[in-house]
Design a protein around this ligand. Sequence first.
Ligand code: ZN
Length: 435
Amino acid sequence: MTNQRYLLKGGNRLGTTQTDILISNGRIENIGVGLDQNNVTVFDVSGSVILPGLVDLHTHLREPGREDSETVLTASRAGVKGGFTALSAMANTSPTADTAGVVEQVFRLGQEAGFLDVFPIGAVTQGLKGEQLSEIGAMADSLARVRVFSDDGNCVSDPLVMRRALEYIKKFDGVIAQHAQEPRLTVGAQMNEGSVSAILGLKGWPAIAEEAIIARDVLLADHVQSRLHVCHVTTAGGVEIIRWAKARGIQVSAEVTPHHLLLTDDLASTYDPVFKVNPPLRTTKDVMALREALSDGTIDIVATDHAPHSSETKDCEWQEAAFGMIGLESALSIVNKTMVQTALLDWAGVADRLSIAPARIGRYQEQGQKIVVGAPAHITVINPTLNWIVDRDLVLSKSRNTPYHGYELPGLVTHTFFRGQPVVIDSVVIDKVAK
Ligand SMILES: [Zn+2]
């Protein structure tokens, strides 16, 4: 790597102290006011907030198998545009990421793309079928060094399989990320079960289907003294169970998606399948409970559950449309809107929930570090006062299924640095990444 040096001038570190940051050799070389501007490339970021590079613990990159919806490369570009310097590739690809071979393939694709770190997640069970454990040990020992295991998209519903998985991962400090959804209670479900589903005549998805699995799994995690991560919590009742488990010292962490912090189930009445997502959009009461839980730390992190779908699988009747929405490019703005502008989180809190905590849960090395001298220079710059209008025709994701088309959102990511190199400058992704 050539030793290019960059000076971020006048930004507000974590939204408070105004300071310059000198980046050199992939690391933060100096922090202070009025740093020397000779022989460095200067970026004036005064008025902007400097955050550690964002880390997403839940991303669907679709490669291998559904390259018509997304690839590791297109997701990487969308990721850095949204301020991420690490993504976690969910295992529900085709073939499933249930062997060392597939996770190493995804890991290599991430390195070749070169925009950010791609950490593969391994499947808990072979083919996500919920029956036989996958090659968990081989994936942990592989080049990809997998620590997070998930059948996301499916719930590991058999309690004995879940128990064995939780026991197995202990020897290398892994974590099971559960898509908490009792399958028998959600057969054919199309949206949240409640007054809106009753009016629309769509099959409902009861909150208890999520809460029953969360309750079971925190008890299992406690029983075998292992680590559980609850994916995309959506209900006020789920929050209460996690709060109870944490108070008992159970090793549980949890995530919420940006869309569950903002959108509600009444959007289904548009019958626009862009709002069809698994788990479903819930009620205003749930949204408020999720915000409160993210604020007080009951929910540890925000994760995007970025779920690209080609128009072939998404632009159809509600009943037939695939579940999921994209989210990498809008995540930080949604968190700004729902959590920062409402004074539920300050920027230090955002750095924790979107960078430091997800990297800690995933045991990701060199990511989610504080902005201090010597730290790896994964840095995100957001101008919180610049608004932008979401246009699905301008997203960098290969799919257009954003629920925010036409929304004006607060806060624009202007610069992203990955390993000390600018990969986004003035909100434009730099394709010739110097390596
Ligand atoms: Zn899921």
